[in-house]
Design a protein around this ligand. Structure first.
Ligand SMILES: [Zn+2]
Ligand SMILES: [Zn+2]
Length: 413
């Protein structure tokens, strides 16, 4: 069999791997979103009969329609991934049009992709030619899957983004057995996360204070996964939360797919109590009435967050970031310098800022635990900034072949 690393190798973003045996299956086809530019994966060298989407984050699905320019692979994913991917792609197309950025696909390819869907639940085998594909729960976000591909007597497993530890929104991921070759994400290869309960407690303490002192707190979140996780942590304050941006749509979708959630009834209960902010008028009216504002974008790179910062940023307000902020993102610059840059200008923000770690990725120890449980014969480390070092560590620790491929690299397994 052959693996072709098309994107996301030694980097976080535009994840894509083509697996070829008795046919070709493409695993993810994502997009890289930087502050000034966007990037896409290379095309596979042979026609894929299936495109498997591991989960609905832009770095895994953002370029998916591009494969439908030349080909028409079956689109393999579960319902929550499919529905959420649609809102992500529609939003990406809208932003590209607004910013006059070139995209490698348009509405026609997107339409073709939507029609190619094959519904695929966890643990169910699907055949594409003589290639067998099975999805397994990966934790991370609702619907997130690890993907097993079997062909020519070999078994390849692609971890996607995963987390083994249970979170409030989704249960921890599943580790399959008898895997020959593992392709593993390496986002947190260099460090462990702090104790989640401590981070949750810190968030609650800040919010307790804000509510007691009649202040305001802005919590910028990713629409898919993190937004809902934050609502679950702040459940006791549900009726004091204003909920804005794409996070609303993503939550509505997640709540329709209870089978992918740890506690669907609880999420629904909270969603029925928060204030849904839908337009500019709502935004103005909630400013003085709701102490907690949960909104996209997580990196402060668009969405209603700019509105809130411009209204509240100069006052005694608090901002709590709840995850990792890559260099070059407006949120990171804001945290480091206190200055917020938007399309229309920059201004100084006076709020007290805090950064917490409520990541949905496996930390360093979980990555090792995953490999130890799975015991593959060889490992490819992707989706990280320290893949080379991580591969070396995996090799020494488990006495297996481990490699950090480059984009464009083709490997026989
Ligand atoms: Zn992800
Ligand atoms: Zn990812």
């Amino acid at each position: 069999m052959q693996l072709e690393f098309l994107g996301g190798a030694r980097e976080v973003g535009r994840a894509a791997v083509a697996v070829s045996g008795s046919g070709t299956v493409c695993l993810d086809y994502g997009m890289m979103v930087g502050e000034d530019e966007i990037g896409f994966p290379l095309p596979p060298s042979s026609a894929p009969s299936a495109l498997v989407l591991s989960h609905a984050h832009l770095d895994h699905v953002g370029a998916a329609p591009a494969l439908y320019r030349k080909w028409n692979p079956a689109l393999v994913c579960n319902g929550v991934t499919y529905d959420t991917t649609k809102i992500l792609i529609e939003d990406a197309l809208k932003i590209a049009r607004k910013d006059m950025r070139h995209m490698p696909y348009g509405r026609e390819e997107y339409g073709k992709m939507k029609r190619a869907r094959v519904d695929t639940g966890f643990f169910k085998k699907a055949m594409f030619g003589r290639m067998e594909v099975t999805l397994y729960p990966a934790g991370h976000i609702p619907g997130a899957s690890g993907v097993m591909v079997k062909s020519d007597g070999k078994c390849i497993f692609y971890s996607g983004d995963f987390k083994l530890e249970d979170m409030r929104l989704v249960k921890g991921g599943y580790v399959p057995k008898n895997v020959h070759t593992l392709i593993i994400e390496s986002t947190y290869a260099e460090r462990d996360h702090p104790d989640r309960r401590v981070e949750e407690k810190r968030l609650l303490e800040i919010v307790d204070e804000v509510v007691a002192n009649d202040e305001r707190v802005i919590i910028p979140v990713f629409a898919v996964g993190r937004a809902q996780e934050i609502l679950l942590i702040l459940e006791k304050y549900a009726n004091k939360i204003a909920f804005d941006g794409m996070a609303r749509k993503a939550s509505q979708i997640a709540s329709r797919y209870g089978e992918y959630l740890a506690d669907p009834a609880r999420l629904q209960r909270i969603l029925s109590r928060v204030k849904w902010v839908t337009d500019e008028k709502d935004r103005r009216s909630i400013l003085n009435r709701y102490p907690i504002i949960v909104t996209t974008a997580g990196m402060a790179s668009g969405g209603p967050i700019s509105y809130y910062l411009s209204r509240l940023g100069k006052s005694e307000c608090r901002i709590v970031f709840v995850g990792y902020l890559p260099h070059g993102t407006p949120a990171r610059t804001l945290l480091d310098t206190g200055v917020f840059h938007t399309d229309t200008g920059s201004f100084k923000v006076r709020c007290t800022m805090t950064q917490l770690d409520l990541s949905a990725h496996a930390g360093r120890n979980e990555l090792f635990k995953y490999i130890e449980k799975m015991r593959p014969k060889q490992v490819f480390c992707v989706h990280g900034e320290d893949c080379v070092k991580f591969a070396k560590e995996v090799e020494e620790r488990f006495k297996v072949g481990a490699h950090a491929p480059k984009n464009g690299e083709v490997v026989k397994v």
